[in-house]
Design a protein around this ligand. Structure first.
Ligand code: PLP
Length: 243
């Protein structure tokens, strides 16, 4: 059972890496410029452990409650694995205290109030010896301005980025987005790339552009993505998440 799953995941991982390599080659970019995040949401911790065995380091979750348990279980299963967990989903401020204890990076910061909560929680966790350093954060932006899926509108990205960099507990790494259904991935990631370029004029350290998922990672890489977040193509089709 485990052996079969390991083989499945190994094959899927090789296929995703080939897609990334091909897209990089087509865009004249080096494959090392694109990180692969395995989005393990809805899949069991045993899958996360197998991905670690296959050399994956960057794992991502989109729901805090599921992630906090999975991260703890993975620490038991693979205490030596050099895992970095990333939070990529909507986050409520009252979860800040918990998320900074398991996440190396939060990619879904989309308001000043959330940034404030994360900064305070990180400071407290460092003081309590539960964290060693600042929290890496990405601002989640809404490419079409529709707040439904979360995300800061592009027009106010600069102000939020400025505010994040004033907090010593947070380290602004870049921006993240999910392509809206209302435009083609090419158009969406084109706009996102322009926003990333503008942001880097004021914040040269904000080098990460987290864009691209199972269905649109090639378009994202064409437009400069440095981090693709892949669930389905690695782990298979998700059953509908239970509420
Ligand atoms: C689920 C999820 C992904 C992965 O999506 P797939 O289409 O399964 O690859 C990427 N990013 C975010 C924010 C997600 O919630």
């Amino acid at each position: 059972m485990t052996e079969q799953r390991r083989a499945e995941l190994a094959e899927a991982l090789a296929e995703v890496r080939t897609r990334i390599d091909d897209a990089c080659r087509a865009a004249g970019r080096a494959p090392e410029q694109v990180r692969l995040l395995a989005v393990t949401k809805t899949f069991p911790v045993t899958d996360a452990a197998l991905l670690c065995d296959l050399g994956m380091v960057d794992l991502a979750e989109n729901r805090e409650q599921e992630a906090v348990d999975k991260a703890a279980e993975l620490r038991e299963l693979r205490p030596e694995a050099p895992v970095r967990w990333h939070m990529v989903g909507r986050l409520q401020r009252n979860k800040a205290r918990s998320v900074v204890r398991w996440a190396a990076e939060v990619q879904s910061v989309d308001s000043d109030r959330l940034a404030d909560a994360l900064a305070r929680a990180t400071g407290n966790a460092i003081e309590a010896g539960e964290r060693t350093g600042p929290l890496d954060v990405l601002v989640q932006v809404s490419i079409d301005g529709d707040p439904a899926r979360g995300g800061q509108p592009l027009g106010t990205l600069g102000a939020l980025a400025d505010s994040i960099t004033r907090r010593s507990e947070l380290r602004l790494r870049g921006i993240m987005a999910v392509a809206p259904l209302t435009m083609t991935p090419q158009e969406a990631f084109g706009r996102l790339a322009e926003a990333a370029d503008r942001l880097r004029e004021d914040h040269p350290e904000a080098t990460e552009l987290s864009a691209g998922m199972t269905n649109d990672l090639e378009a994202a890489i064409t437009h400069g993505s440095t981090c693709v977040r892949v669930g389905t193509a690695l782990l298979g089709t998700r059953r509908l998440a239970s509420p």
